[in-house]
Design a protein around this ligand. Structure first.
Ligand code: PA5
Length: 353
């Protein structure tokens, strides 16, 4: 029996409950939306830019927002993964400072700088130092439930930002899209859950494709780019394995040329093309031509199509498959998907300095 069909063993190996968090994601999204709708708002202003500052699992929701808002919001969204902030940040910037733990030093530093620069702030966190600082400063805090891995909390760390922007009159009402997203995830989990055998579970099949190979995930600018990045991060953190990502059409102008040498290593790559019906028509043509050019050179190329009609459902449908696949890949490698000892060690060593 494949390890992917030993349901009990998988739950036993998953000491931090990553599978449980995945099962609970639809409920998390619904709750996250409510939290955002009930949150205290920052003072109204004439905002020229929105900036999300955070790292890792707390930053990816900023990219979800960036991509989602690009076609709906009159001002740019910038994601900042650093101690410092871009020079443009000032009183006309609305900053979301996001840290699940509330103790990530880069985010604490960026938060302090945003305060110095007079930006309007909203904090998303479970608490920690960031929560304390924001409360002392009178900055609105959206306190999200703790007890899961930051990367399992994308609903909590992303959807409240949509609710806040909508309530501030900056974004059209995404409420219907959130509901569609929640129902789609509820139906998808029945297909992706551990109890569904390998041969009919798309996430397990993907994990089997990735196993003992290097995943290369390709998305498209403006639609699935952020999902490609998410899959890469999830494979890294959950399966403790490398993965690489890139975007169409840019990759047609460089990366695709690099599929000739070294032939032996290229045959260990497993390529996933993430597709969305809203991809630019010319980009859709590029998928087929690209496949033809490089197919024989690598171990495999598969295409995964987004589901749902609204942008949120389409985005999360792809995120969900990738999240499950990364946990199943961890199972194939015999590693616990939850703990990220390398990140913990790094943070602890930096704290000693
Ligand atoms: O997934 C993880 O555990 C990390 O990527 C963290 O999100 C990252 O280290 C930042 O920590 P926090 O989310 O607590 O700010």
């Amino acid at each position: 029996m494949s390890v992917l069909d030993d349901v009990q063993a998988m739950y036993a190996a998953d000491t931090k409950g990553m599978l449980k968090s995945l099962w609970e994601l639809p409920g998390q999204c619904a709750r996250a939306w409510e939290l955002g709708m009930a949150a205290q708002l920052p003072p109204a202003g004439q905002f020229k830019h929105i900036l999300v500052t955070g790292l890792g699992g707390s930053a990816i929701g900023g990219d979800f927002l960036r991509v989602y808002a690009a076609r709906r919001l009159g001002v740019p969204v910038v994601v900042n993964r650093d101690y410092v902030l871009p020079e443009f940040v000032g009183p006309h910037t609305l900053v979301f400072a996001v840290s699940y733990s509330g103790n990530t030093e880069e985010t604490l530093s960026a938060y302090a700088r945003a305060r110095e620069k007079g930006a309007a702030l909203v904090v998303l966190t479970t608490g920690g130092r960031l929560g304390e600082m924001a409360r002392q400063d009178g900055v609105p805090v959206i306190t999200v439930p703790g007890g899961i891995a930051p990367r399992s909390a994308t609903g909590y760390l992303f959807l409240p930002t949509l609710a806040v922007l909508y309530r501030m009159g900056l974004l059209p009402d995404p409420g219907q899209e959130v509901h569609e997203c929640v129902s789609l995830l509820q139906s998808m989990r029945e297909e992706l859950k551990p109890e569904v055998p390998r041969d009919s579970n798309p996430a397990k099949m993907l994990a089997a494709g990735f196993y003992n190979r290097i995943p290369v995930i390709w998305g498209s600018s403006g639609t699935t780019e952020v999902v490609a990045q998410r899959w890469k991060g999830q494979i890294n953190e959950n399966a403790k394995a490398p993965a690489y990502w890139n975007v169409f059409p840019e990759l047609n102008h460089n990366e695709l040329v690099g599929f000739e040498f070294p032939g032996e290593l290229l045959r260990r790559l497993y390529v996933v093309i993430l597709r969305d019906p809203h991809d630019h028509p010319r980009v859709q043509k590029r998928f087929a031509i690209t496949r033809e050019i490089m197919e024989g050179a690598v171990a495999g190329v598969v295409e995964i199509m987004a589901r749902g009609s609204g942008a949120l459902a389409r985005l999360y449908s792809l995120v969900y498959i990738g999240d499950y696949a990364s946990v199943y890949l961890a199972m194939l490698y015999g590693v616990d998907p939850g703990p990220v000892r390398v990140i913990d060690t790094l943070k602890a060593r930096l704290a000693e300095e």
